[in-house]
Design a protein around this ligand. Sequence first.
Ligand SMILES: [Zn+2]
Length: 286
Amino acid sequence: MTTIDQQLLTQLRTYYQAHLEDIIAENIAVCEVAAPPFQELERARYVAHRLQEAGAESVSIDETPNVYAQISGQQPGPTLMVTAHLDTVFPAETDVTVKRVGHELHAPGIWDDSAGLAALIQLVKGLRALQTPLRGRLLIVATAGEEGLGDLRGMKQAFKCFGSEIDMVIAIDTHFGMITHTGIASRRLQVGVSAAGGHSWEDFGAASAIHVMGHMISDIARLEVPADPRTSYNVGVISGGTSVNTIASHAEMLIDMRSTDAQCLADLERQVRLILQRHSEQGRSG
Ligand SMILES: [Zn+2]
């Protein structure tokens, strides 16, 4: 176990308290370089430039575009990757000018994750200013594609590049003052059921996609999952059918499954798929 060097912590705290205005200015400057989804390059260039100025080594941008930089320690040791994401959820036409209201900064993305990017830059500045002795390597990565349909492509790319070398990761992303130390895996299924269908009177007895799906949901809702490791499921959206007097020939649902444990998630998915399989004999599901 590594103990924290209290003297160093006090030094860093004092440094950052004295440079609070710099940190705020950094946050504003990053935020005002727009980074809509899939258009992160301009911000990537800006962050790379600032990391370089702050004294980081080996600053580069790849085609993702991720920004990479590092600080090499004086002694051998682990590689710690510290990351923040470049992209915001806001479209290109959004006004990203920062307004100061009292002690608050207001702008789209000022917190998520301009503040994280500013923290990366200021981390390098602080460590350089204090000539902090480090063991191992501090790897700094500003990632693209964290939000929405970005599908974490920047983080995936970083692990593709450095995966085997990374010992620890800290991602700085909103919720300051809080540390999240557990990963949650999720699986989502889109289920479609097709059945013969027909007229509710004339064809009574024909297979109904909605009735089949109802049985599926009923069985899924009875599944028991562990509270520890925490595991959950939810049928969140259902749709289908044509009219009140039509036996439905099609129905769809979206299922969300989560767990803090990969094996529990895999077990849950297997059980859900078994239920779908069992009932699909009554209709035709895919
Ligand atoms: Zn974020």
